[in-house]
Each structure stands twice: as structure tokens, then as C-alpha cells.
Design a protein around this ligand. Structure first.
Ligand code: ADP
Length: 624
């Protein structure tokens, strides 16, 4: 067995690998950036080495620094996790050249699968069905257009070097083609340094189905069944599950067989995933599932496969890297029940899912399910890395039970003051069509409105907040409360301030459970259905959360650059009017007037770099 391992990654994946390595008696070494020094994965490793400043390109993405740390700590192996250097063939080679064990895919397989066009050509040769399309070397716009016409609209333009949902353009009609091609190429050149594209038929009612495969150094390859990752937002996975809903045995054996052939075609070793796209317009059918790409690493969503197979995939990786044969034969693997995973992100659905970074003063997860998380209460979500807080993983005998468990779990999440997608996840998991298994990749897009939680508290939340204030009052049930009637009883309406606004609410018969309340000292927060609501007696001046302070001052919610200012000092503005636009983490966020009034202070100019919490503009309310 491998005596020691350095994990060239951070957060939940580093913790995940440490957990298994420790159980196997392997010494673990973490590497981390400055800002990650206090993260749980650093503490949990047997040793830790700081490899540089926060930006990943100065720390986690620098092969020399990682190799130097491995040398200094006498590590025997390197596990790259996922993301970062996990699919970097040069790094894999450098690790092996340094005499270390690489717990990852063979460099030749990474290269063979690295470019989408070459990978597809190779799969065609191996008899794996691929999406119909054009993979040719002739990249002239005329040729690409002619090929798109021949495939038939709609088509998908894909950057051959693309990944992570970038460099994809759907084109519905001939007249949009050239503009889409231009913008796809620009994005591909900027993101991947390669502007070549391929054209694919755009599959309608597409489902994303992927197969977990494993190969060993003795020439064996097995699959661990499929996962369905159709629930996506902007081509990024949100909820994953295993097995795939509506999968019959014949279709399963066809695609899992194709996945094994794909892995064999590149002499695959270790954990890999073959991604397929299915045309599910008439249910899943073996002749309507096509190869999309192979990910030559462990996937974020591997826990759902672990849940249904009862296997530890990191243990499999470590055993295979040590030269052992696959732990199980194909006929020893079976599916047990149903598993789902939801990705809990520090992001705000109300602002178009902009990342919401900052302190995690409160971070509570439901008990009784698997949580893979890289952060802990009193930690922080920094703007430097992926803003995922945790993966909520449930396992149940049947799919409806798993969906119900996931909805409950997401609804029970408590995070403050950072905003999360928990309420959004809870709504998605409880959606009737989702529960019925009627999913495809446009599911979320079609129901964004229904899935985004309302910005205002429900009458139940207001009632609970009122009851919490009442129960907490020192001078008898309702005595000292501004705005509360002295003789208020549960059937009475009272005023209560929730999320910065005063509401009239009927006091709930029962006060909220203490576990759903959080008192930061500065404010009290009530958690319900995945959302936190700051509340108090009226006029307590509780802020509505990030961005506003309640008095009309708009602060930068995260570090960024001002790209437009639409108002001047002294200007009258209406509620919701756009004041300025901040670009942060490659996304634009419009800052809106919280109420009607005048621009009393304007502290930002187009082009300014601003840090989090900087006052940008202050609106003075109109006298009414
Ligand atoms: P990336 O490498 O950037 O993740 P993929 O090729 O894996 O790109 O595609 C990402 C997502 O785009 C898929 O999960 C699927 O939802 C959608 N997609 C890809 N190819 C097609 C296609 N031919 N038709 C319809 N949707 C597609």
C-alpha cells in the first residue's frame, strides 16, 4: 500500500481523500494557499505545506510548488482531486518523473480524451455511438456553416478544448450561425487558448447520463453503473442521482457496455467518467444515447455512485494506483436503492445566482445524511475559489423517498449571513415533475420563476418571527414590544420587522423551535425552508442582507470593478432603478435603488476597483 499521499487540492475534495487515506493508514499531506490556512482540510491532514497566495494560478495550479512540497514531506504519491491539475497530462508526467505515484489517469488517456474532436474520432473507431456532427479540420466559417446546415437546426457549436460548460453555443436558425460562431470562438480563445470548434446536432429533450468506470493496471475495466446529471443550470450540474430514472436493463447494459469499450480504447486506469447525452423525447432508448466526452478523473458527484454500490471510490483509486487489481469484478457489483446529491452553493438566486462570499457565522446541516463539505461554522467563503459550501447526499430504497429526503435536507440547511441556493434546491427536489422523474437539461431553465424563492417572507415566517419575539419578551408575553398590542393573542395581527421590512403578521400558535433560531448578538435570524430571515420588533433596523444596509446605502457585496454608473449625485430615482453595475467573479451585478428617493452620495466611478463592503452609492428616501 501507498505509505503517504499529498493531496493537490483543497476544500471538500481534500477532506474526502484524507478521510479514506486515513482509514487505510496512509499518511496525508495537504497543500494550501495563504487564505486557506485555517480550513478544516489543512487541520485534518497529518502535515500541511503552504504553497503560495490565494489566487489558484499562484498556488494550487503551480506544478513546481506542489512537487517541491511533495519532496519536502517525502510524499510517496499525489492525488490531484478534481479540477485544478487533475486532467493535466504534463503534471501527471512530472509527478511520475519525480518518482512519485500518480493517483490519476494515465497521461496518454488524458491527452486522448482532452480535446472533444479527437476524443469523438477515437470513440467512433472503438464502436461507441457519438452525437452526429462535424469534427473536421476545415474551420472556415463557410465550411462550418455548410456542415451545420447539413446536420439540420438546431445545432450546438462546441469549443474542441472546452470544459466546464464554457464554449458552447446553441444555434436555432441559419441567420444566427455566424454571430454565434464568432462569440464561441472568442470565448474559446480567451478561456482555453484554442478557438477550434466542432458542430453537433442539438439534442432536444436532452438528458445527461454518465457512467462511472474504473480500470486497473492489469487490463481490467468495470463500470459502476450510471448517474443522471440532467438537472443543470447553465450547463452546470445542480442535482445528480444514481441510477438514472426510467433506465431499463437493456438500455443500461448498452450504455454501460459502451462506456467500458470507451475506457478500454484508451487503456484506461483509475477512476473515469464517460458522459453521454440522451434524446429522452420518447423515454430512454439504447439507440438514442451518444458519447459526449470522458472526464479522466474522479467526479464531484461520485458519492451517489458510492451510495448505490456501497463502495469507496477513493479507496479504489488508491488500491489501483498501488498496483492492485480492481477490488470487485463486474458480476460482484449491483445497485442498491436510489441516491441523490445536491450542490449547496454560496450564491444568491435572487440576484441571478451571483456568488455570495463572506463569513459563515452560522452553518448547520441536517443530521442523518452524508454531507461532504470543505468549510465549517465560523469559517468563510472566499471569492478565490468555487463557492460550493457542501454536497448534500441522500440514499433511500426508492427514488420518491430519496427526492423527499433531499427536499427535507435542503430545507433544513442553515447558513448566515452568506446567501445560498438551499431554498432553490429544496423546491427543485420537491417539484412534482422532478419527483415523477420527468427531467431533462432544460428543467431548471423552464421553471426558474417557480424555483427561485420569493424575496419576501411568507405569512408563516412572519408569524413565527412574531411568536419568537413574543416568547423572548422579558416583561411578560407581549409587554415590552414596540408595535405589539398589549393584549395580543395568537389570533391577533401584530407588526414585526423581517428582512428589513415591517410586516403585519398573525402570531403563530407555537414559537419556532430553538434550533431554527440564531442570535448573532447583532441580530436574530429565523430559518425556514432553507432561507434565513433577520427579524426583530419594528424599527429595530435589521438589514435585509448583503448589498444594502437598510438606510439606502449600497455596499459592494464582493470585490469587483465598477463597469457602469447610470446616475449622478442629486438625481431622483425610482424604486428598483438601476444605479450602477459591478463586475465581480466574471459576472455583472446591477445595483438597484432600494426605494424611491434621491442619490445623496455617489462614491463610485466607472473603472473603479472596489473591495467588499465599500460604500458605492447612498439613496435618501423620498419624503412621503
Ligand atoms: P463541458 O465539457 O463544457 O461540460 P459538454 O460537452 O460536457 O461540455 O456539454 C455540457 C452540457 O451541454 C451537457 O451536460 C448537456 O447538458 C449540454 N449538451 C452537450 N451537447 C449537447 C447536444 N449535442 N445537444 C444538446 N445539449 C448538449
Amino acid at each position: 500500500m501507498i505509505p503517504s499521499i499529498l493531496i493537490a487540492n483543497r476544500g471538500e475534495i481534500a477532506r474526502r481523500i484524507i478521510r479514506t487515506a486515513r482509514a487505510m493508514g496512509i499518511r496525508t499531506i495537504a497543500v494550501h494557499s495563504d487564505v486557506d490556512a485555517a480550513m478544516p482540510f489543512v487541520r485534518e491532514a497529518d502535515e500541511a505545506v503552504c504553497i503560495g497566495p490565494a489566487p489558484a494560478r499562484k498556488s494550487y495550479l503551480v506544478p513546481e510548488k506542489i512537487l517541491a512540497a511533495a519532496k519536502a514531506t517525502a510524499a510517496a504519491a499525489i492525488h490531484p482531486g478534481y479540477g485544478f491539475l487533475s486532467e493535466n497530462a504534463e503534471f501527471a508526467e512530472a509527478v511520475m518523473a519525480a518518482g512519485l505515484i500518480w493517483v490519476g489517469a494515465p497521461p496518454a488517456a488524458i491527452r486522448a480524451m482532452g480535446l472533444k474532436d479527437a476524443a469523438k474520432a477515437r470513440m467512433i473507431a472503438a464502436g461507441v455511438p457519438v452525437t452526429p456532427g462535424y469534427l473536421g479540420a476545415d474551420q472556415s466559417p463557410e465550411r462550418l456553416f455548410a456542415e451545420a446546415e447539413a446536420i439540420g437546426w438546431p445545432v450546438l457549436i462546441k469549443a474542441v478544448a472546452g470544459g466546464g460548460g464554457k464554449g458552447l453555443r446553441r444555434v436555432d436558425a441559419a441567420q444566427q450561425f455566424l454571430d454565434s460562431l464568432d462569440s464561441c470562438r472568442r470565448e474559446a480563445a480567451a478561456s482555453f487558448g484554442d478557438d477550434r470548434v466542432l458542430i453537433e446536432k442539438y439534442i432536444l429533450s436532452p438528458r445527461h447520463i454518465e457512467v462511472q468506470v474504473f480500470g486497473d493496471t492489469h487490463g481490467n475495466v468495470v463500470h459502476l453503473f450510471e448517474r443522471d446529471c440532467s438537472l443543470q443550470r447553465r450547463h452546470q450540474k445542480v442535482i445528480e442521482e444514481a441510477p438514472a430514472p426510467g433506465m431499463d436493463e437493456a438500455t443500461r447494459s448498452a450504455i454501460c457496455g459502451a462506456a467500458v469499450r470507451a475506457a478500454q480504447a484508451v487503456d484506461y486506469v483509475g477512476a473515469g467518467t464517460i458522459e453521454f447525452i440522451a434524446d429522452a423525447s420518447e423515454g430512454l432508448r439504447a439507440d438514442r444515447i451518444w458519447f459526449m466526452e470522458m472526464n479522466t478523473r474522479l467526479q464531484v458527484e461520485h458519492p451517489v455512485t458510492e451510495a448505490i454500490t456501497g463502495q469507496d471510490l477513493v479507496e479504489w483509486q488508491l488500491r489501483i494506483a498501488a498496483g492492485e487489481p480492481l477490488p470487485l469484478r463486474q458480476d460482484q457489483l449491483a445497485i442498491d436503492g436510489w441516491a441523490m446529491e445536491a450542490r449547496l452553493y454560496a450564491e444568491n438566486p435572487a440576484t441571478g445566482f451571483l456568488p455570495s462570499t463572506g463569513p459563515l457565522d452560522r452553518l448547520r446541516f441536517p443530521a442523518g445524511i452524508r454531507i461532504d463539505s470543505g468549510v465549517e461554522e465560523c469559517g468563510e467563503v472566499t471569492p478565490f475559489y468555487d463557492p460550493m459550501i457542501a454536497k448534500l447526499i441522500v440514499h433511500a430504497p426508492t427514488r420518491p423517498e430519496a427526492a423527499a429526503k433531499l427536499a427535507d435536507a435542503a430545507g433544513a440547511v442553515q447558513v448566515w449571513p452568506v446567501k445560498t441556493n438551499a431554498a432553490f434546491l429544496a423546491r427543485a427536489a420537491a417539484d412534482a415533475d422532478f419527483v415523477a422523474g420527468a427531467v431533462d437539461t432544460a428543467f431548471i431553465e423552464r421553471r426558474t420563476e417557480q424555483l427561485i424563492p420569493p424575496p419576501d417572507p411568507s405569512p408563516e415566517v412572519i408569524g413565527l418571527a412574531a411568536a419568537a419575539i413574543a416568547a423572548n419578551s422579558e416583561t411578560g408575553p407581549w409587554g415590552a414590544l414596540t408595535g405589539f398590542r398589549a393584549n395580543a393573542a395568537p389570533e391577533f395581527c401584530v407588526a414585526v420587522e423581517v428582512a428589513g421590512h415591517i410586516h403585519d403578521g398573525r402570531i403563530a400558535a407555537e414559537p419556532p423551535a430553538p434550533a431554527s433560531l440564531y442570535d448573532s448578538g447583532a441580530e436574530r435570524v429565523l430559518f425556514a425552508a432553507g432561507t434565513g430571515w433577520a427579524f426583530g420588533p419594528p424599527t429595530a433596523g435589521h438589514g435585509g442582507g448583503s448589498g444594502g444596509t437598510g438606510d439606502g446605502s449600497l455596499l459592494a457585496p464582493m470585490p469587483g470593478r465598477i463597469i457602469a454608473v447610470d446616475v449622478v449625485a442629486g438625481q431622483a430615482v425610482s424604486k428598483g432603478q438601476k444605479l450602477l453595475v459591478l463586475e465581480a467573479m466574471k459576472m455583472e451585478q446591477a445595483m438597484l435603488a432600494p426605494f424611491a428617493g434621491t442619490v445623496a452620495e455617489l462614491k463610485a466611478q466607472a473603472g473603479d476597483q472596489v473591495s467588499e463592503g465599500t460604500l458605492l452609492v447612498r439613496v435618501e428616501p423620498a419624503a412621503d
